[in-house]
Structure formats: C-alpha cells, structure tokens
Design a protein around this ligand. Structure first.
Ligand code: XMP
Length: 325
C-alpha cells in the first residue's frame, strides 16, 4: 500500500463503509503476513486499539499485543486494555508492569524534554526486551494514521516504536495509515470497540508525565490520577464527554497554605484545563459552567489526598500550550 491517499478514496463515514474497509484490510493483512506472527505495542489509544482489533480478526493469536504500563496512564486504562483485548476479544496480550522502572528512571528529573526522552527511551527498551523473548516474529504492526504521514499537526510519537535496534527490524503492517482520525473511529465502532476507547480524547505518549510538572513523585502522580478521574467522571455526568476536545488536570510541583477541617494544610493545587481546537495548533478554552467547576473543586479537594486548592486555566493557545509540561 502506498503512502499517498488516492484522491478518489471514499471517506469512511458509515458502518457499511467501515465493514467494507475491514473486509478489505483483513484480506490484505492475511496476504501480507501469510502464516507469520505480528507484534504490536498496544497503548489502548484509538489507533493502536483499532489496529489490534483488525489484526485479531485477521490472524487471531498470531498477533502478539504488548501493553506497557509505564505508570503514567490514566486511572483504569491498563485494566480496560486487559478487559477488552484479553477477556473480550481473546487477544494474545502480554501485559508488562514497568511502573517502578519508569518511576526510578524519572526520579529527580524536572526538565520537560529530559523527562520525555527518558520515557521514550525506556519504552523502547521495555518493548525491545519483550520482543526478544518472543520467537518467530516477522512483522511489526503500527497505528500510523494519515495525519502522521502528512506530518501536519502535533507530532505523535507514542505509536512509533521505530528506534528498535537493527537486529530487531520487522516488516511493518499499517492497516489504517491512509485514514483520518474520524474514519479510524468509525472503523473502531464497527469492530465493536467500546465508546470509551473509540471516542477517547487525545492523550500524549508520555501520558501523565507531562501533567505532573517538575520531578515526578509517586504521591503527586497518584493525586493527579485521582483528580483526572474525578474530572472525567464529572464531565461525563454533565454530558460533556465527547463534546470537549480535551480536558484534564495538571499538578504543579509547589504547595500552598490552606485550611482543612479547621487545621492549617500545606498541600498541592490541581489545575483544570479544558480546550477546544481543530488541529491542536491553536485552542480556545471550554467555558466550563460555574456550578460544574464548583462541584469538581469540591470533590477534588475532599477526595484527593494532598490537594487543598483547584485552579482553572483560562489561557488560550497561544499563549499557553495545551499541555503544561
Ligand atoms: P501542546 O501542549 O503542544 O499539545 O499544545 C498539542 C496536542 O498534542 C498533544 N501532545 C501529544 N500527543 N504524543 C502525542 O500523541 C505526545 O508526546 C504529545 N505531546 C502533546 C497534546 O495533548 C495536545 O492535544
């Protein structure tokens, strides 16, 4: 398959078109892979999930999915990957708990680019180790989509496990590489993936690592994960899930004085960020209704250990970026 989307390629907008695409890709995958084995880094994001579901249909257990938990995932994500892929779809799934490894490597590192490099390099190392344990793998599947090829918009690095050493070079299988994101979602729906996966908001490869500013610590990371889960729950309850492009929390690495149950507290703030954008190059803030903000603030300060304050970032991009880092 060439890397250029043909001008007359029909946009996949309906379940019927998605079914036709799925059948076509199953045939193409079987033709390419024959009786070979395929390896896939399954993050649980839309693109790698759709690729996994397609390959499971095409070659069943000859697809080996590796899910690396680097400790920077959102609450419930590794569990969902295991539930959907291993339990429901019967995937041959290797789950790697690499949480301590990543946190050890990141200990004391405050500089954003350094943190990103460590996370990226460690991911490749973990994936490489898993790949070496497996016999007879000839192919590497990737959730590359068309915007990645066009290189427009933000660079997505988390699917790309290029960077593996020379003796571990596999032939690539990239079944959704000519699709745009909305088409990948239609295909994901047709493959029976849950809405919470198909309509997931964008999530950076380095995950919560870019939202836990400064040097990451376990307790601050845990507070961030809990605050993020509350925010997502409340957005869903308010009918905003899927309507706002991206909404998440950040935990800065400073403390302020507050008062809790009549006692002085010295704890972290949590920042709420909610933005809308077309291409992530510019973004406007979502105007969260005040009563909802108050409710989220109440829950975070009550339920999340170590947090005594909630802030709302009202900065558009520019001048702010979407993530804080
Ligand atoms: P910024 O912070 O640059 O983010 O305004 C723009 C968009 O890119 C997302 N982002 C990433 N996505 N891997 C990704 O797949 C990454 O490393 C990464 N870093 C930022 C960010 O969430 C926002 O949607």
């Amino acid at each position: 398959m060439s890397n250029k989307r043909p001008d007359d390629m029909i946009r996949i907008t309906t379940p019927e078109l998605a079914e036709a695409f799925i059948e076509e890709q199953i045939a193409a995958i079987r033709e390419q892979v024959k009786d070979g084995k395929v390896l896939l880094a399954l993050s649980g994001g839309v693109d790698s999930s759709v690729v996994a579901a397609l390959l499971i249909r095409a070659i069943g257990e000859r697809l080996v999915c590796v899910h690396v938990n680097h400790g920077l995932l959102r609450k419930g994500e590794p569990e969902q990957v295991i539930e959907v892929f291993r339990n429901q779809l019967g995937a041959n799934l290797v789950y790697v708990d690499a949480v301590d490894r990543f946190l050890d490597k990141l200990a004391g590192v405050a500089e954003p680019e350094k943190k990103r490099k460590i996370i990226g390099a460690e991911f490749i190392r973990v994936f490489e180790e898993e790949a070496r344990k497996l016999d007879g793998i000839g192919f590497l599947a990737q959730g590359t989509i068309y915007p990645d090829i066009l290189e427009s918009g933000p660079v997505k690095a988390h699917h790309n496990v290029g960077g593996l050493p020379d003796d571990l070079q596999f032939e690539l299988v990239e079944p959704v590489k000519l699709l745009f994101k909305d088409e990948v979602r239609v295909v994901g729906k047709a493959l029976g993936l849950p809405d919470s996966m198909v309509y997931r908001q964008p999530f950076p490869g380095p995950g919560l690592g870019v939202r836990c500013t400064g040097a990451i610590t376990c307790d601050r990371l845990e507070a961030l994960r809990e605050a993020d889960a509350i925010l997502r729950e409340e957005f869903a309850a308010a009918g905003l899930a899927g309507k706002v492009w991206q909404y998440f929390t950040i935990i800065p690495d400073f403390k302020t004085v507050g008062v809790k149950e009549g006692l002085r507290s010295f704890e972290w703030p949590v920042v709420i960020r909610a933005v809308n954008t077309r291409d992530a190059m510019t973004a406007e803030i979502e105007q969260i209704p005040y009563p909802l903000l108050a409710r989220i603030t109440g829950r975070i300060t009550k339920e999340v250990r170590g947090v005594n304050r909630v802030l709302y970032d009202v900065t558009p991009k520019p001048t702010g970026t979407i993530e804080w880092e």
